[in-house]
Structure formats: structure tokens, C-alpha cells
Design a protein around this ligand. Structure first.
Ligand SMILES: N[C@H](CCC[C@H](N)C(=O)O)C(=O)O
Length: 316
């Protein structure tokens, strides 16, 4: 196989970072091998080789690797421009949807076309996306979160087969199961990031894997911890601190967009917050989420370009 160099761009949304490849222009034979090699946090792509600097909150340029590779094809003959998105994860698997990835897609498409509105074709459906006038933030329509056990999916026998999994024990955590394009388990904990015994005191790499692989989740699940910092009953939206252990990354990421929507949907379902708008605070920044009673959720937050470079198509 030929080992040609593939042009890549690197972007991140609240620290959830992705390599972007123009799939229409570039032929990467084995996408899984490409993602496994270049996303590796110890041996993968190093932005400093391409002049990236860690100049802002959440910027992962001081770390090697990435949370995935977005293979994108732009179809400019449509109005608004369509972008076909495929996310290949660090373990070589393909994710049906990624909220922060979709925000990066919108910014990448803006950088190429100058447009501010796009339709993004994901395996979870077509999603409308907009970028702000200065292109520093993007909003994605995220579809309607579902607790339907057939659609999360959740697998349980007998009398529970048709019931949503809401606030129930699974492998040591008390979780609510929701699909926001991909399956999520959400566990609420007491105490936010400011509390020394709060959310950051939990050993997520230890508690998440048994839930991520639990039999009740036949396709696996991303595992989120969330703490209600402000319930939204006063002025302003609810605020939640969040951490996510991601399927496909098999570790904690600095932010997860579908997870942020899942956390807010679960908090609403459990009556923990007021109103349909909320702010989620993953380690990598801040996301604004809306989950109305019916209809699609939205996800808004910052997006930034880190560097441009080339990487071998057939890494060994
Ligand atoms: N980080 C992504 C989620 C990727 C989903 C993936 N980890 C899976 O379910 O396999 C986000 O911002 O929504």
C-alpha cells in the first residue's frame, strides 16, 4: 500500500479534539488504523510539531493525540451546504453521532466556504448547524433525546423490558439511560468541581468501565457524572458540572457534547433542574444546552482551530 501524506486540520470544541480529513480529496485506506495511530495520547500526532500552542482554556495542544478523526465530505451544491460526517474513534470504531465533533464540522466547513449555516449528515440523522459571525462558537440541533429502552438501547428481560432505565443502580452507579445520538448513562453526584469531595473526587476511570460494558447496554454506553451546581430556580439557567468517560475513546475526555445534552435531559427527567436551558461545565470549558419538552435539543459552545499539517496515511 502506498504511504502518502494526508493533509489534516486539528480543531477542538471545549477540549474535545479532532483531526479533520477532507474525505472527498484524500484517500485514507484503513481509517481505523489511521485513527488508532494518530489519536494515541502517548505516541500520536503532536501539535507542537505543527506550531500549535496552548493559548486558551481547553486547548489540548499540550497533549499528543486526539479524541477522534472526522472524515468529511462537503457537498456545496446544496443550500445550505451539506457536510457528510464520519467520526472514527481512537479504538477504530465509528460513532453514529458526536455533538462536539459536529460543532467542529460546522467551523471547518465555515473556514472552507465562509458560510454560517450547514446541514450535517450523521449516522444519527441530518442536523442543522450554525456558526457565529466571528466563527468562534457553533450551535448544533441535536435531535430529541430519548429514554425509550429500544432506542437507547437498554436490554432487560420480563416485566422491565418496556421500561426506561431511570435513576436505577447499574454496576455501582445510580444511572439514567438516554440516547442523544449515541447511548449515555448519567449518574448524579453530590458536590461540584469546587467541592473537594465532589465530582472531581470520583475515580471515573475506575467506576465507569463496568457501567460502559454492563449487559444492560448491549451497544455499550458513554458514562457521565454530573453535579447540579445551580438548579435554575432563581435568575439564569441551571448549571451542572460534568465529566464523561467515552465509549470508543475508552477514557475520560475533556468534554462531550452528546453527554452534555444527556446530562440536561436526565436532570430534567428527574426534576433536578428548572427550565429547558442549562449550562454544562465539562473540564474543557462551558456548553449551553436547551432541551425543550418536545422537539430537538440544541448544543452551543466554543470551537477553535489548533493547527494544519500532514500525517502518513498508512501509519506503521
Ligand atoms: N465526544 C462526542 C461523543 C462521541 C460518542 C462516542 N464516544 C460513542 O458513543 O461511541 C460528543 O461530543 O458528543
Amino acid at each position: 500500500m502506498s504511504t502518502h501524506a494526508v493533509p489534516v486540520e486539528k480543531y477542538h470544541g471545549t477540549g474535545n479534539d479532532f483531526l479533520v480529513v477532507d474525505a472527498a480529496a484524500e484517500n485514507v485506506g484503513d481509517r481505523a488504523a489511521f485513527a488508532r495511530a494518530h489519536c494515541d495520547r502517548e505516541t500520536g500526532v503532536d501539535g507542537r510539531d505543527f506550531g500549535a500552542d496552548a493559548d486558551e482554556r481547553g486547548a489540548p495542544a499540550d497533549r499528543r493525540g486526539a479524541d477522534g478523526v472526522l472524515f468529511l465530505s462537503v457537498e456545496e451544491r446544496f443550500d445550505p451546504t451539506r457536510v457528510v460526517m464520519t467520526l472514527v474513534q481512537p479504538d477504530g470504531s465509528t460513532a453514529t453521532m458526536c455533538g462536539n465533533g459536529a460543532r467542529v464540522v460546522a467551523r471547518w466547513a465555515h473556514d472552507r466556504t465562509g458560510d454560517h449555516e450547514f446541514m450535517i449528515d450523521t449516522q444519527a440523522g441530518t442536523r442543522r448547524a450554525t456558526v457565529t459571525a466571528d466563527a468562534t462558537a457553533a450551535t448544533i440541533e441535536m435531535g430529541e433525546p430519548t429514554f425509550d429502552p429500544r432506542r437507547v438501547p437498554v436490554a432487560r428481560d420480563g416485566a422491565l423490558a418496556d421500561d426506561s432505565l431511570v435513576d436505577e443502580p447499574v454496576e455501582g452507579l445510580t444511572v439514567t439511560a438516554v440516547n442523544t445520538g449515541v447511548p449515555h448513562a448519567v449518574a448524579f453526584v453530590d458536590g461540584g468541581r469546587d467541592d473537594p469531595d465532589g465530582i472531581d473526587a470520583v475515580d471515573l476511570d475506575a467506576v465507569a468501565p463496568p457501567v460502559r460494558y454492563a449487559d444492560v447496554f448491549p451497544e455499550g454506553a458513554n458514562v457521565n457524572l454530573a453535579a447540579v451546581v445551580d438548579d435554575g430556580a432563581g435568575d439564569g439557567p441551571a448549571v451542572l458540572d460534568q465529566r464523561t468517560f467515552e465509549r470508543g475513546v475508552e477514557g475520560e475526555t475533556r468534554s462531550c457534547g452528546t453527554g452534555a445534552v444527556a446530562v440536561v435531559a436526565a436532570a430534567r427527567r428527574l426534576g433536578l433542574i428548572d427550565g429547558d436551558a442549562a449550562v454544562s461545565r465539562p473540564p474543557g470549558g462551558e456548553l449551553e444546552i436547551e432541551v425543550p419538552d418536545a422537539g430537538h435539543a440544541t448544543l452551543t459552545g466554543p470551537v477553535a482551530h489548533e493547527f494544519s499539517g500532514t500525517l502518513p496515511a498508512d501509519p506503521r
